[in-house]
Design a protein around this ligand. Structure first.
Ligand code: SAM
Ligand code: SF4
Ligand code: F3S
Length: 454
């Protein structure tokens, strides 16, 4: 039997990954099977990201490679979705330069995919294009094909109201909309019943979950104006039998409530880690970024989190070369990094995003950005090396996820703090949380042994 195949290439963040799982679930319900090879697949979806220029460039590179396959098999369907497609300028460019693309849809009408796809499958159809801006409530009960049987993403909200001056996301994902708590909890319970042990609660800014109703800006929860905030939702998820690890991503420092801090001391299944993007250590840059906190505010939040949970791992995002960043501003960032001692950090060189306020500000020369980026990496790596060494001989619970990416004869897993550990072991351990002794701690990798394995 000649089965129809699909492949989805996902750029960007976990929000996009979660959307791709929904699209995969829909295609599988239509009888398509996953294929590893986008060029040979009957359907290819590119789920795009516009957060930085290099994500744009990678997308155009991959799209260009699909042209020959489409010419050889005109029935092949090439579909584009995700954040880039919410931008009119991108859609116009694709119309001009890639007229063979069959289907374009956006971040806020994923649920329409099966119907749009039916239209795009008809031989000789015109290009199908449907974009929704500021879509209503997040659609419920969509299918999903997850990568791992034992861990899952659960979207609790979408969109962003913060408008950091460098960021495109509020323009591509629309205003904040939170799902009803009952729907979130029902999904978590169903996942637990399906054998899922670890849940990652997702949103651009999870700690403003449920709050958009107060600002009258969102669609929250409609009928339940007294619904819970993020901390209350966490406590409910924490009660679900079978879920042994809860993570969340991302949180904005300005919205870390005392109640959320308390959750780290009280919730038994909440992983002791938080991703808290600080972006810069300079008060002036933070003000011009529209972040609504200062260097000292951030340190106070870190102090509170460590007082509630001394072993909490804190990770962050940092931007180097934001417009107008001076050497003194940058040194404030280095100072903050040394003060906090982040467990790890995603570091980015500022990338101007057309249509955002910062793109019109005076830019920092490339050479200065790169020089600062290298200095920042040196400081971060030094700290990471020290933190890694502190783990030598520790025994930590590890959720085993599968074969190691660097050595297929080894297994790989994650500690509660999100650190990757490679270990020898039987593949039957995959999906289990096991005690692992760290036998070799290097800056970027940890090696362990199953406790009691000798
Ligand atoms: N909503 C999340 C938050 O505020 O914490 C993060 C969303 S964004 C997808 C992830 C990271 O990309 C940001 O924290 C920021 O560091 C980085 N980023 C966003 N816009 C950028 C830009 N124009 N140039 C460089 N980095 C950028
Ligand atoms: Fe972008 Fe800021 Fe919203 Fe995060 S909080 S998605 S950085 S605008
Ligand atoms: Fe990129 Fe959109 Fe995520 S711009 S980082 S895929 S929200």
């Amino acid at each position: 039997m000649n089965e129809k195949t699909y492949n989805i290439i996902t750029f960007g963040c976990q929000m996009n990954e979660r959307d791709s799982e929904t699209l995969a679930g829909m295609l599988e319900e239509m009888g398509y099977v996953h294929s590893e090879d986008p060029k040979a697949s009957d359907v290819v979806i590119l789920n795009t990201c516009s957060v930085r220029d290099n994500a744009d460039k990678r997308f155009y590179g991959v799209l260009g490679q699909l042209k020959h396959g489409k010419e050889a098999d005109p029935e092949k369907v090439v579909a584009l979705c995700g954040c880039m497609m919410q931008q009119e300028i991108v859609r116009n460019n694709i119309k001009k330069r890639y007229p063979w693309v069959d289907l374009i849809f956006g971040t806020q009408n994923i649920e329409a995919f099966p119907e749009l796809f039916e239209r795009a499958r008809i031989p000789g159809h015109k290009r199908v294009e449907e974009i929704v801006e500021n879509g209503g409530e997040i659609a419920e009960n969509l299918p999903s094909a997850r990568e791992f049987p034992f861990k899952a993403f659960v979207n609790i909200m979408d969109g962003c109201n913060n408008f950091c001056t460098y960021c495109i996301v509020p323009y591509t994902r629309g205003r904040e909309r939170s799902r009803r708590p009952g729907d979130v909890l029902a999904e978590c319970r169903a996942l637990a019943a399906d054998g899922v042990k670890e849940i990652m609660l997702l949103g651009q800014n999870v700690n403003s979950y449920g709050r958009s109703r107060l600002e009258g800006a969102g669609y929250y929860i409609g009928d339940d104006a007294s619904g819970p905030d993020f901390a209350a939702l966490l406590r409910e998820v924490d009660k679900i039998e079978g879920i042994e690890r809860i993570r969340f991503m991302s949180s904005h420092p300005k919205d870390v409530s005392d109640d959320l801090v308390k959750c780290f001391a009280e919730c038994k299944n909440l992983c002791r880690m938080i991703h808290l993007p600080v972006q810069s250590g300079s008060d002036d840059v933070l003000r011009r970024m529209n972040r609504h906190y200062t260097h000292d505010d951030f340190l106070r939040i870190v102090d509170k989190l460590r007082a509630a949970c001394p072993e909490i791992a804190i990770t962050t995002d940092l931007i180097v070369g934001f417009p107008g960043e001076t050497e003194e501003d940058f040194e404030e960032t280095l100072r903050l990094v040394r003060e906090v001692r982040f467990d790890s950090a995603f570091t980015f060189i500022y990338s101007p995003r057309p249509g955002t306020p910062a793109a019109k500000m005076e830019q920092v020369p490339d050479a200065v950005c790169h020089e600062r980026f290298d200095r920042l990496m040196d400081v971060l790596h030094g700290i990471q090396e020290e933190k890694s060494r502190e783990l030598q001989d520790a025994v930590l619970p590890v959720l085993v996820e599968g074969p190691s990416k660097t050595d297929a004869s080894m297994l790989t897993g994650r500690t509660e703090q999100g650190k990757v550990v490679d270990l020898p072991g039987d593949p039957s351990l995959v999906g289990q949380i096991v005690p692992v002794k760290i036998v070799k701690a290097q800056t970027f990798s940890l090696y362990g042994e199953l406790c009691g394995s000798d």
